[in-house]
Ligand binder design. Sequence first.
Ligand code: IMP
Ligand code: ZN
Length: 362
Amino acid sequence: MEWCVSMPKIELHAHLNGSIRDSTLMELAKELGDKGAIDFSAVEHVILKNDRALNEVFKLFDLIHILTTDHKTVTRITKEVIEDFAADNVVYLELRTTPKKNESKGMSKHSYIEAVLEGIRSVDSVDVDLFDRPSADISVNSNFEDCLCNGTGKKKIYVRLLLSIDRRETAEAAMETVELALGMRDLGVVGIDLSGNPLVGEWLTLLAALEYAKKQGLQITLHCGEVPNPDEIQAMLDFFPRRIGHACCFEDDELKLLKKLRIPVEICLTSNIRTETIASADVHHFADLYKSNHPVILCTDDTGVFSTSLSAEYALASSTFGIGKREMFELSEKAIDFIFACDRVKGELKTIFASALGKFNL
Ligand code: IMP
Ligand code: ZN
């Protein structure tokens, strides 16, 4: 585990509100409880419970959203989440979140994302690289420590944003999120995610917005195959997203097509086990995809909700599937090929990993 922490890592599947610190969530619940807005003892029980089936997880998210959806809190949790990933030696983070309206707080989807951006700007313990820009602007330092610390003594983390469309949204609401992402491309937004309760909503309702996003050059990742749904899985693979998340409930022919198309899969081991989508780590489809050299990226999904970290996910993969340090390092480095940021960032990340490899002497 210690070694997994020290290794540079790339996180491509992390939901903002799923990655909140337990301590922050309890503090927010207590605050609202004291104001009489919620019944704290009932909420405390829901937050502390840690074995939740998939459907129950979405009830918890509804509760989390009650606690977090005001500008100040969105800014605070964004800052904390970035600091936590940086502390775990995540050097590149693609953070996804669903833009939300909350009229009672004067919040629009746009102001929600502004609050997220404010959170990113307010990170001061770590240097954050948020914008895609040409490599001429920066000098790439070949020293691992300097690359990670940016020569300032501070760690450096690249952060990019994906705006999530929730499956329960209308076609119009989904389109609004895509327009928002297009308008914020210069501000660190690189793509669109489709997520939410897989038992709710219809692919066809959201397709027009996703097609528009793709046509406009936004990168797209879809939560795909979290539950058995052959028609939807087929339609999603036909859509040919840049990446998919999970791919837990694929039939043999769907798996064959996935492999043929070589669509990279974001793998979230602990999330799949905790939601009972997969019975246990040793029977997880990661093993088959990894062995057949299919592009896979280890990710956390929801560090807060599932009490995990990216290092813990690597440690779990290592112990379950017998993957050695060198292979773990290569798995982590390979993720560079699947990030949604520009080539300048890819080049810098390659330098960081090359320097780290020298340092680790693997
Ligand atoms: P937010 O988008 O920052 O509010 O993060 C929480 C949201 O992410 C949830 O309400 C879901 O829509 C989505 N989400 C988090 N985990 C999962 C998952 O395992 N499957 C599908 N959607 C998820
Ligand atoms: Zn997810």
